[in-house]
Design a protein. Structure first.
Length: 132
């Protein structure tokens, strides 16, 4: 939310986005996996991650360590990337929002689509009826 600005004197709307790189996904199955991962990532942004509790026995013996997970045990997963992108609209006369708290700078918006009308451009976001 902190990377959105309406520059009234310049009649310009500017927004920095964290964009998923769809062009790197190779097939339909990959797209389905990517969509599921985006949903998981979005859910994780809203959850607090608890701090690990300190172990009572810091000198664990080697028998207990052999049961630990290792990278060799991990299932190979595709790597997905995101990149920053700038969105700029010129000749903007006004900007209004619906159901977006502009004071909450820590909130992430997930842009779904951009709709155009004869005299309007509407940015639709996930999480209900949020728009600019």
């Amino acid at each position: 939310m902190r990377d959105i600005a309406f520059l009234k004197k310049e009649k310009r709307f500017v927004m920095v986005l964290n964009r998923f790189k769809w062009e790197e996904v190779e097939d339909d199955e990959g797209i389905d996996r990517a969509v599921r991962q985006l949903q998981v990532d979005s859910d994780l942004q809203e959850e607090a991650i608890p701090e690990p509790e300190p172990s009572e026995d810091s000198d664990a013996d080697s028998d207990s360590k052999k049961d630990d997970a290792s990278f060799s045990d991990a299932e190979a997963r595709p790597v997905y990337h995101r990149t920053h992108a700038g969105l700029v609209f010129d000749k903007v006369r006004s900007v209004s929002t619906r159901n977006i708290d502009l004071k909450d700078k820590s909130h992430f918006l997930n842009l779904l689509t951009i709709a155009t009308w004869p005299k309007d451009i509407v940015l639709y976001f996930s999480e209900g009826e949020k728009s600019i």
